[in-house]
Ligand binder design. Structure first.
Ligand code: NAI
Length: 316
C-alpha cells in the first residue's frame, strides 16, 4: 500500500533545489497540495530569485500535481504559511528545510557569519512553525519535520555557527513534540546526508552518486504521514540508511552534599560519573529533588585514592 497525502497541504521551505525539491515532487506525486518555498539564494545566503521555486512548481504541474510558489525568506515564515492558506485553505505538514552555509574557522568567524546562520536556520524554522501552530492546534493535526545535521550532533570543523543552529533545531523539535502531542502535532528532526549543491564541492563523484536526495524522502514522508505516531525523534538518514538517535545518560554518581562534596571527591569518582554501564535513555532531566532526598542517607564522601598523575595537584 502506497502512503498518500490526498487533500493535505505540505509546506516545504527551500524547495527550489536539493532535498527540498525532492520532497516537494514526492508529496505532489502522492496527492498533496504543495507550497514550494524558495528565496533563490546562493549557498552562502546571497541574492534572491523566483526562478528556483517556479521551476519546481512547473515540474509538479506538468506531472499533473498541485503546487504554488512562494519566494519569501523563511525569516518571514508567516508569509509562507499565508500562501498555503490562501491557495489551499489549510496547512497540515511543515518541512523546515531551507538552509545556507557560512563556513569559516572559528578564529575568523564574524558576527555576520553567526547571525545569518541563526536567522535562516533557527529563526526561520521558528517563524514558519509559529505561523502554522495555531492552524495545527485548531485542526488537531500537524506534522513538523525540522532539518538538523551531523554537524550539529557531533561538531564539524569550520561550522561553529551552523553546528550551533542545527543542534538548536533538535532542542526546538523536542519541545514542539512535548507541547504538540495532545493536539496530534508530531515533530521530528532529521540529520540528512545527500548530494546537493551544498555538498558537491566536498565529496567525490562516486560518493555523490550514492547520496541521491531521493533516498532521504521515504523517512520524511513516513514521519509526515497521518498514520505515523512517531514524535520527538532524531534520525540520521542518507544513502538508504535510516537510524534513530537518542540521549544516553550514565547511571551517574550520587554524592552527599555536605562539606565532603569537594572537587577532589569528583576527581576520585570520575570513573563512575562517566561509566555508561547501566545507562539510561532519558527524555527529560533527572529528578533532582528525589536525588537530593536520597543523598541525605548517604555516608559522607570518602576521599578515596587519588590517581597518581594528578596526586600532586589535588588539595581538596
Ligand atoms: P540546497 O542548497 O540544495 O537547498 C537549500 C535551499 O534553501 C536552496 O534552494 C536555497 O535557495 C533555499 N534557501 C536558502 N535560504 C533560504 C531562505 N532564507 N528562505 C527560503 N529558502 C532559502 O541544500 P540541501 O543540501 O538540499 O539542504 C537542505 C537542508 O538540509 C538544509 O537545511 C541543510 O542545512 C540540511 N543538510 C543537508 C545536508 C546534505 O548532505 N545535503 C547535510 C546536513 C544537513
Amino acid at each position: 500500500m502506497a502512503l498518500r497525502y490526498d487533500g493535505q497541504t505540505v509546506v516545504v521551505t527551500g524547495a527550489g533545489g536539493g532535498l527540498g525539491r525532492t520532497y516537494a515532487l514526492f508529496f505532489a506525486s502522492r496527492g498533496a497540495n504543495v507550497v514550494v518555498n524558495d528565496l533563490g539564494a546562493s549557498t552562502n545566503g546571497e541574492g534572491a530569485s523566483s526562478k528556483a521555486a517556479d521551476v519546481v512548481v512547473d515540474e509538479i504541474k506538468k506531472a499533473g500535481g498541485k503546487a504554488v510558489a512562494n519566494y519569501d525568506s523563511v525569516e518571514n515564515g508567516e508569509r509562507i504559511i499565508q500562501t498555503a492558506l490562501d491557495a489551499f485553505g489549510a496547512v497540515h505538514i511543515l518541512i523546515n528545510n531551507a538552509g545556507i552555509l557560512r563556513d569559516v574557522s572559528f578564529k575568523n568567524m564574524k558576527d555576520s557569519d553567526w547571525d545569518l546562520i541563526m536567522l535562516v536556520h533557527l529563526k526561520g524554522a521558528f517563524k514558519t512553525t509559529k505561523a502554522a501552530w495555531p492552524v495545527f492546534r485548531k485542526q488537531k493535526f500537524g506534522r513538523i519535520i525540522n532539518t538538523a545535521s551531523a554537524a550539529g550532533l557531533y561538531g564539524s570543523f569550520g561550522q561553529a555557527n551552523y553546528s550551533a543552529a542545527k543542534l538548536g533545531l533538535v532542542g526546538f523539535t523536542e519541545t514542539l513534540a512535548k507541547e504538540g502531542e495532545k493536539y496530534n502535532i508530531l515533530a521530528n528532526v532529521i540529520a540528512p546526508i545527500a548530494a546537493s549543491r551544498m555538498t558537491q564541492t566536498i565529496m567525490t563523484e562516486d560518493v555523490l552518486k550514492a547520496l541521491k536526495p531521493e533516498k532521504v524522502v521515504p523517512l520524511v514522508a513516513y514521519l509526515a504521514h497521518a498514520d505515523t505516531g512517531e514524535t520527538n525523534g532524531i534520525y540520521e538518514v542518507g544513502a538508504g540508511y535510516v537510524a534513530k538517535l537518542r540521549w544516553e545518560r550514565a547511571q551517574g554518581t550520587l554524592f552527599k552534599t555536605d562539606e565532603s562534596f569537594t572537587p577532589a571527591s569528583i576527581l576520585n569518582r570520575w570513573a563512575e560519573i562517566e561509566d555508561f554501564k547501566g545507562a539510561q535513555y532519558p527524555s527529560g532531566p533527572n529528578d533532582f529533588l528525589a536525588l537530593l532526598e536520597s543523598a541525605k542517607n548517604l555516608p559522607t564522601n570518602a576521599q578515596g585514592s587519588i590517581p597518581v598523575d594528578v596526586k600532586d595537584k589535588v588539595v581538596i
